[in-house]
Structures are given as structure tokens and as C-alpha cells.
Ligand binder design. Structure first.
Ligand code: BES
Ligand code: ZN
Ligand code: ZN
Length: 486
């Protein structure tokens, strides 16, 4: 689907249908047909209420405030309605959210809402929902009669197309079933991406893991699908900064010998969401040609059961030599990540961000819409949260404190892979990772627990059923801001 702009007023644009947003209960606007008696038709323009004028083919969509997040979500929902009428094109104007400087954010939010809302994954349906929608035409006129420069619109359009395509790329990977999306499959996707975008790509197999990454290797052992360590790099000539993105890529998490109950196992194909996001992020940054060096490091493996499973009671040796007592094989993400984080630090980047569907505890704490942001540096967390807010993704800070560390003490090894209490599991998991961060990186590392938002079982915001691509937008925004500041 294409989004284009025209330097014409809304009524002069050529399209099959029109989308008009109206501010709650306010029918006084030139885009609203004054000849329609909306009230007698039962349309009071309450928030999120819609009315379709079948005669002129205009969809009226009421929103209660000119708010960027509501606008983005409403565009995603309006697009679905337009699709249900099987139009091949529709047109709309630009909503300026009162203050002039917000017009750019409004354009960005509207295009993002349309492109993310248009996503549909139907690879496994024999009868595909057909999508006739080919084109959305924007009038460069705003609601408040301002005129937007075409060049400005097109530069935003280009960037938002890249970012949303990366989110949708991530969604596709995560939605792919575990029998197909094996570690080798992810490695092949990484190689393909590298070829297309001229990235460096290094793939390591089980022999490398056995030698260097004892914790990651242990998790992978029982699977018939061999693991892959994936390292993609985007290297511009003189980068302003270097950032390592580390992603948990569990192509399936059965829990291992500490087997998950049946109901909890469903959706665990999405346990690769962090790794897939790491691929989506590097894809976008390379396409945007940002002057920042990016390393995407993905630990891809299954966590299965078998004669060769790692076990509760085992002691593993991570890349940095630390020993780990295993007491629960379902706390496997941290075992894969700790080795990948050691590797990431060896690259000497300026910042390290890991993304992982790490704990059910994070979902219990924050609900299914919000990412937990953890790390040792409050300032860095704050900066990240600001970027997240601008990106349209929800994220909050989860706080470490000095009492937590003792909960992951082990009597037989340097550290234990689970906490001795059942409370605060997102924090102790984050702190476990923190134990593998060297002193010089303590203030340069962030951990994003995306267990809540990564997989959507009831659609919300711009997310249809299935993978959401959580983390992609906020990390891209953070990186953009980082190089703007430096
Ligand atoms: N992949 C899960 C976490 C998860 C839960 C992600 C729900 C998405 C939705 C992770 O590997 C896991 O099983 N964690 C355990 C840790 C526990 C054994 C300390 C958990 O959260 O229960
Ligand atoms: Zn697990
Ligand atoms: Zn897991």
C-alpha cells in the first residue's frame, strides 16, 4: 500500500472514499458535510464513534482530543473500516494538533497508524482475506487551514515507511511457527538481510557455543534444531556512536525439563521477539542510513526436553568464566543473553541495549501493553523513556535496589539462574543479566523486558492479533535522538 500527498484541497483529490476526523461533538468544520443531520442518524460524535456516509463515501471518525497517540490508533482503526468496505483508495487531510510544531508529529502518527494498522498475517490460511486497499492520498492542507510543504511531508513519509516496514518485518518473523522459524531459519533471514543492505553477518553454530558460551549452549542441547549465534553489523564510515542490540531469540520455549504447563506454552513461538526486533532495528537504521554503527546480536535456539536436556542442578560456565547454578530450566532467556551480553561488550560499543521476552513477572507487574526498562543508570533510563514516549510505544522504568542481589546467590556456583523468592521476578532476572555487565558498562546498558507487549492476543492500539514488533519503534527513536544530541 502506497501513501502519497497532493497539493490540493481535500475535495479536489481523486480517491474512492474520504476519511474525516472530527473532534468530539464538534461538527463545525469545512470537512464535515453541513447537509447531514448527524444527530438524527444516531451519530453524536462520541469518542471513537464512526459514521459512514454511504452516499458520498465519507467515513467520519470522532476522537475526543487532538492527541498524537489517539490519532495514530484511530488511523489504524479507520483503515480497517475502509478495508472492510473494499475501497482501493481513500483520501484524508492532515490533523494538526493545535500547536504548529505538532503538525509534523501528527503526519508521522497518521502515516504510522495506517501502515501498522494495515498489517495482516495470513500465511497459514488457505483462504486469504483480500486487501484491495492500494493507496491513501493526503491533502497537504491541515485541519486548521495550514499548508504543509510537500518536501517535508515526503521526508516524513519515507522515514515512517522504513520504520513501519521494519516493525512489520519483525512481526512476520515472530508470527512464523516454530517448526518453520528455527534458529537456522533466523540465521538465513539474517544472511538475506545482510546481502540486501550490505551488512556484515557472522553466524556461529553449536561448536562455537560449546567452546565459548556454556550457558547458551546448555539451553540449546535438547533440541533437534541446532542453535545459531547471529551477529549482524551496520558500519558507516565515521559513525558518531556505536550501539550493540542484543536479542533473545528463543524460537520455542517449552520450559525444558522444568516444563511449562500446557496453557502457558501456547504463544511461546513469540519468545524470539527480542531477537527478531534486533533484526528489524538494524534493518531500519541501515535503510535510513543513520551515521551510527549498529551490532545486532541474536541468541537463537529452542528450549526443549530430551535425553540431552540441561537440568536443574547443573552448573554452567558463561563466556566470561562465571559459573551459574541451574535451578529452573524455564529461566533460559537469561542464560542465552548473559553469553551474548559478554560478546557484545567485547565489541566495545558506546551503549548496549538488550530486548527479551524475559519474564512472566514483568507481565504481571505492568500488564500486557507496557515494556519494562531496567538498568543501573537512571539518567540513561530517563532518556530512553522519553524516546519511547515519542515513538508511541509504552514503557516504564523498573527499579533495582541493593536488597535484590542476594536473592540470586547460589551455594554451589557464582550465581543462581532463579531468585529464592517468587516476588519481583522481572527485577531479579534483570539483575542476573546485570551480573554479566562489566563495571565500565554498568551505566551504558539497558534491558528491555518486552514479555507483555510482544504478542497480542486481543488487538489493541495499532496492533492486530499476533506479534506486535514491540521494541522496534522505541529503540530506533532512541538511536535517532542519540546521534542528534552528539
Ligand atoms: N519466555 C518466558 C517468559 C514469558 C512469559 C514471556 C510469558 C512471555 C510471556 C521465560 O523464559 C520464562 O519462562 N520465565 C520464567 C522465569 C521463572 C522460571 C523464574 C517465568 O517468567 O515464569
Ligand atoms: Zn522460559
Ligand atoms: Zn523464554
Amino acid at each position: 500500500m502506497k501513501i502519497i500527498s497532493r497539493d490540493e484541497t481535500l475535495e479536489h483529490l481523486d480517491a474512492e472514499a474520504t476519511l474525516v476526523f472530527i473532534l468530539k461533538q464538534n461538527f463545525e468544520h469545512k470537512w464535515v458535510d453541513s447537509g447531514i443531520d448527524f444527530k438524527s442518524m444516531g451519530f453524536k460524535a462520541e469518542a471513537q464513534q464512526t459514521f459512514f456516509d454511504t452516499h458520498k463515501k465519507v467515513l467520519y471518525y470522532a476522537i475526543d482530543t487532538w492527541n498524537i497517540d489517539i490519532l495514530r490508533e484511530s488511523c489504524a482503526k479507520a483503515l480497517k473500516i475502509m478495508k472492510s468496505y473494499t475501497f482501493s483508495s481513500f483520501k484524508c487531510g492532515i490533523i494538526d494538533c493545535k500547536k504548529e510544531k505538532n503538525t509534523e508529529s501528527a503526519i508521522r502518527a497518521m502515516i504510522m497508524g495506517f501502515l501498522l494498522g494495515n498489517y495482516c498475517f495470513n500465511s497459514y490460511k488457505t483462504k486469504k482475506d483480500e486487501n484491495k486497499l492500494e493507496k491513501i492520498v493526503f491533502s497537504l492542507q491541515t485541519y486548521h487551514d495550514k499548508h504543509v510543504e510537500e518536501a517535508l511531508f515526503e521526508s516524513i513519509n519515507k522515514e515512517v515507511n522504513i520504520i513501519s516496514a521494519s516493525v512489520n518485518f519483525t512481526r512476520d518473523l515472530v508470527n512464523t511457527i516454530p517448526q518453520e522459524a528455527t534458529p537456522i531459519f533466523l540465521a538465513q533471514k539474517a544472511e538475506k538481510l545482510a546481502k540486501e543492505l550490505k551488512l556484515e553477518c557472522k553466524i556461529e553454530d553449536e561448536n562455537f557455543l560449546k567452546e565459548q558460551m556454556g550457558a547458551f549452549y546448555a539451553v540449546s542441547r535438547a533440541s533437534v534444531h541446532p542453535p545459531r549465534f547471529i551477529h549482524l553489523a551496520y558500519k558507516p564510515q565515521k559513525p558518531q556512536k556505536t550501539i550493540a542490540i542484543v536479542g533473545k531469540g528463543l524460537t520455542y520455549d517449552s520450559g525444558g525439563l522444568s516444563l511449562k504447563p500446557a496453557d502457558y506454552m501456547v504463544t511461546m513461538k513469540a519468545d524470539k521477539s527480542g531477537g527478531c526486533a534486533a533484526m528489524g532495528i538494524i534493518k531500519a537504521i541501515a535503510q535510513m542510513k543513520l551515521n551510527v554503527e549498529i551490532h545486532s546480536i541474536i541468541g537463537a535456539t529452542e528450549n526443549m526436553i530430551g535425553g540431552d536436556s540441561f537440568k536443574p542442578d547443573d552448573v554452567l560456565r558463561a563466556k566470561n568464566g562465571k559459573t551459574i547454578e541451574v535451578r529452573n530450566t524455564d529461566a533460559e532467556g537469561r542464560l542465552v543473553l548473559c553469553d551474548c551480553l559478554c560478546y557484545a561488550q567485547d565489541l566495545k560499543p558506546d551503549y548496549i541495549i538488550d530486548l527479551a521476552t524475559l519474564t512472566g513477572a514483568c507481565v504481571v507487574a505492568l500488564g500486557e501493553y507496557t515494556t519494562g526498562v531496567l538498568g543501573f543508570d537512571e539518567k540513561l533510563k530517563k532518556r530512553f523513556l522519553k524516546s519511547a514516549r515519542h515513538s508511541g510505544e509504552l514503557a516504564v522504568s523498573l527499579p533495582f535496589n541493593r536488597h535484590l542481589r542476594k536473592l540470586i546467590d547460589s551455594k554451589v556456583a557464582d550465581i543462581c539462574n532463579i531468585s529464592s523468592t517468587r516476588y519481583g521476578g522481572a527485577l531479579t532476572a534483570g539483575l542476573f543479566l546485570g551480573e554479566f555487565i562489566q563495571e565500565e558498562y554498568k551505566n551504558k546498558w539497558l534491558h528491555l523486558d518486552i514479555a507483555g507487549p510482544a504478542y497480542v492476543e486481543k488487538e489493541w492500539d495499532v496492533n492486530p492479533f499476533g506479534a506486535s514488533g514491540a521494541g522496534v519503534r522505541m529503540v530506533i527513536e532512541f538511536i535517532k535522538n542519540l546521534i542528534k544530541e552528539s
